[in-house]
Design a protein. Structure first.
Length: 259
């Protein structure tokens, strides 16, 4: 699938924010994982066949400037909302991946009627009632991303022989994750109490072998939101958009285009 992507830089909150954009149709904001994101993924291309897809890189991640003041996922949520305002897009759906699911949930909780649909894929942000969120501080820069795949072949397909540049990018992403989500680690004590106001229909998606965020957190999201359903992806780890891109893209597309 040949998709024409445009990369631009937006000045937001005193820094440069890198944005990739492709496709046409209803707008989707895709919010990436704590490890960052490759510039291009088949999952993004699949969405761009039906939607206007926005993929920003958070401040401090990837090609975006690192602000010294940034301290929480809620800050990133405010920056993402600022971006949407500057772009002038309306009726936006949010697709949050892992850590990006937490940011999407924060955005929705702060603007309960602003979004068309909310999709949370293996989302951080809520303390799992059962199990623990995997601590990336105790494993290597490469073992943490590998743990997010059910099948190591899928990891190799995406990242190949991991380059020094990629390891450095994961190092920076890890530092930013700690800066914004260290205590408590990777969840909010207040978010579950604020999600009940969200009016957008929500779809919670979990890989059935997610070793990063326990599936009990997904069920907690469904309970906290007023209009949410949940589904799982078989033979899939935490990074569903990389391991099962076609299956995830179909779930997302069918949900967002439904009446």
């Amino acid at each position: 699938m040949s998709v024409a992507w445009t990369d631009t830089v937006k000045e937001i909150a005193g820094g440069k924010l890198h944005l990739s954009r492709a496709g046409s149709g209803p707008t989707i904001l895709v919010l990436h994982h704590d490890i960052g994101t490759p510039d291009r993924l088949p999952f993004y291309d699949a969405l761009a066949a039906r939607f206007d897809v926005l993929v920003p890189q958070y401040p401090g991640w990837g090609k975006s400037d690192r602000p010294e003041w940034l301290r929480s996922p809620r800050d990133i949520a405010a920056i993402a909302a600022w971006l949407l305002g500057d772009l002038g897009v309306q009726d936006v759906s949010l697709v949050g991946l892992g850590f990006g699911g937490w940011i999407a949930a924060e955005m929705a909780s702060q603007a309960p009627t602003a979004f068309r649909r909310l999709v949370l894929v293996g989302a951080h942000g809520i303390k799992p009632p059962e199990g623990e969120i995997a601590d990336q501080a105790v494993v290597s820069y490469i073992d943490y991303p590998k743990a997010g795949f059910h099948d190591e072949v899928a990891f190799a397909r995406v990242f190949g022989d991991v380059s020094v540049d990629q390891l450095e990018a994961w190092d920076v992403a890890r530092e930013m994750s700690f800066r914004t989500a260290w205590k408590p680690y990777m969840y909010s004590q207040t978010l579950p109490h604020l999600l009940g106001g969200v009016r957008a229909p929500a779809l919670v998606i979990w890989g059935d072998d997610d070793r990063i965020v326990p599936i009990s957190a997904g069920r907690a999201y469904v309970q906290a939101l007023r209009n949410a359903t949940m589904t799982t992806v078989a033979g899939c780890g935490h990074f569903a958009e990389m391991e099962k891109p076609e299956e995830l893209a179909k779930l997302v597309t069918d949900f967002i285009t439904a009446n």
